[in-house]
Design a protein around this ligand. Structure first.
Ligand SMILES: [Fe+2]
Ligand SMILES: [Fe+2]
Length: 296
């Protein structure tokens, strides 16, 4: 049984209305192919999935999983199916965006049940207390990102009607200044970034979730906060020498807690870190009891 968390001011402890596990850049390869010649991205994803399954078993599972693109490394249909299987049963809803390493037609067929659609598809999920709108920022055959005028018009039309609890917008190419030479070249083009900022300004959008940078990060798009999820497989080094692109093996995801008035984003590395301590409820109560709010 869970006891209510205690606060220093007697106000009730805050409980999120929705918990989103935000994963990105899983880069699942075809069977037998290593990602960047070194990494098995399937195993890396399964480590992240295991962390989420453990959280679910402990009563802290996410309500929604968002995976913000580069789901596969080369658009192999079997890799999309393996991704769905790896995340199956963790959350009531899983939402996928496409990335520049995906193949749009295969993504549409395998993940959206829309075989034959070749244009960017706007996905809209109107949930109780939150709307999630997913964009397609990819350019077929290229690595950089673009939001077409038609796609932005669809977004504007959707956001024209506010949703109870507000909206979160998801896209692959992070609409933020990049931190490495390759990300600078494979960026969302500046006109699209400016147009997205203009499209979101004045709407009920509370946050943008993105990927592509392979590095957890935060920023502002105009007045809208942007949270970038890390890759489940690799991590870009933002401190590589100028002009260098350097990447480390690394896994993690973002935990996005959506409250009525606030949103928090926590970066959760999945790195086999050594446990330092683990207090149960009695242990926490003992620490709290030893630290009265009004010390004598
Ligand atoms: Fe990626
Ligand atoms: Fe990407």
């Amino acid at each position: 049984m869970t006891t209510a968390a205690r606060t220093p001011d007697g106000e009730p402890a805050e409980v999120p209305d929705l918990v989103i596990a935000h994963l990105s850049d899983t880069h699942l390869t075809s069977t037998g192919v290593r990602y960047n010649g070194l990494i098995d991205p399937q195993l890396a994803l399964l480590d992240v999935a295991a962390a989420l399954r453990a959280a679910k078993a402990d009563g802290r599972g996410p309500d929604i999983i968002v995976v913000s693109g580069d789901l596969t490394d080369s658009g192999d249909p079997a890799a999309y199916r393996r991704l769905q299987a790896a995340l199956d049963g963790i959350a009531p809803q899983v939402i996928y965006a496409t990335g520049n390493h995906d193949v749009r037609a295969v993504f549409h067929a395998e993940m959206l049940g829309a075989a034959g659609r070749t244009d960017p598809m706007l996905q809209v999920f109107r949930l109780p207390g939150l709307r999630i709108v997913v964009l397609d920022s990819t350019v077929v055959g290229a690595g950089h990102g673009v939001l077409t005028p038609h796609h932005l018009a669809e977004l504007t039309a959707e956001l024209g009607t506010p949703h109870p609890g507000g909206s979160i917008v998801v896209l692959h190419h992070a609409p933020l200044a990049p931190v490495s030479p390759l990300l600078t070249y494979f960026a969302l083009d500046r006109a699209s970034r400016r147009a997205l900022a203009a499209a979101l300004d004045g709407t009920d959008t509370r946050m943008v979730l993105a990927g592509h940078h392979h590095l957890a990060g935060f920023g502002l798009l105009g007045r809208i906060p942007v949270a970038v999820a890390p890759s489940t497989a690799i991590r870009t080094d933002p401190l590589a020498p100028p002009g260098h692109e350097r990447t480390f093996r690394s896994a993690g995801f973002n935990l996005v807690n959506v409250y009525r008035e606030d949103i928090t984003v926590s970066v959760v590395p999945v790195d086999g870190a050594q446990e330092v301590f683990h207090l149960d409820q009695d242990g926490c109560a003992a620490v709290i009891d030893a630290h009265p709010v009004d010390p004598i």
